[in-house]
Ligand binder design. Sequence first.
Ligand SMILES: NC(=O)c1ccc[n+]([C@@H]2O[C@H](COP(=O)([O-])OP(=O)(O)OC[C@H]3O[C@@H](n4cnc5c(N)ncnc54)[C@H](OP(=O)(O)O)[C@@H]3O)[C@@H](O)[C@H]2O)c1
Length: 200
Amino acid sequence: MKIIVIGATGTIGREVVKALSADHEVVRIALKDADIVADITSKASIESMYRKVGPFDAVASPAGYAKFGTLDELTDEDYLMGLTNKLMGQVNLVRIGRSYINHNGSFTLTSGVLSQEPMPGSTSLSMVNAAIEGFVRAAALEMTRGIRINVVSPIFVTETAEAMGLTITPTIPAAKVALVFKESIEGHRNGEVVDVRKFV
Ligand SMILES: NC(=O)c1ccc[n+]([C@@H]2O[C@H](COP(=O)([O-])OP(=O)(O)OC[C@H]3O[C@@H](n4cnc5c(N)ncnc54)[C@H](OP(=O)(O)O)[C@@H]3O)[C@@H](O)[C@H]2O)c1
């Protein structure tokens, strides 16, 4: 398969690229240092990326940003950034990519466990993650040509916790999250929110 990995240089994205590269042709997308530079907050940039890639079979999107912060801390701009970046960035990958993806292709987006298990400071992330999961469940009902769509819901990634100097448990190594993307792409799931803890 020819697979586009959005956020290919990130903590999870690097492992997704590794997990897929042995068996598939992978096109790495990020804001810099990638095979193709594209910005998911811009519909024009997404459209241009799909045109450059040509026919493809799957999109994996371990990408998207929303801000952590309390109700008192988060500004209008902070909330809007999560909506524009992590939510609509990924939604537009699907809306635009539907016309370019091959028959029987698949989209695998990313949410996060904060959609179902919030914590103080997670209002923006919880809101955005829940919206992505709602989008995926509904979009699956409208996919044609055998196209599938799923969303991977990670818990805190071990490498991210280490980089932030946090001692949170449990965490999951990025390489294990990557295997969930691989399974979503190579398997038969459709319209599912896949909790990474079910794979550990
Ligand atoms: N890490 C965790 O603990 C964790 C837990 C739950 C959910 N998640 C979710 O998993 C996803 C990936 O997380 P991560 O920790 O791997 O992120 P990360 O390390 O910050 O990497 C982000 C990746 O996305 C790319 N990117 C950023 N903005 C972009 C844009 N506008 N257009 C295209 N590419 C863009 C970055 O490229 P550049 O480097 O070029 O900017 C980088 O490759 C996010 O949705 C995050 O919310 C992560």
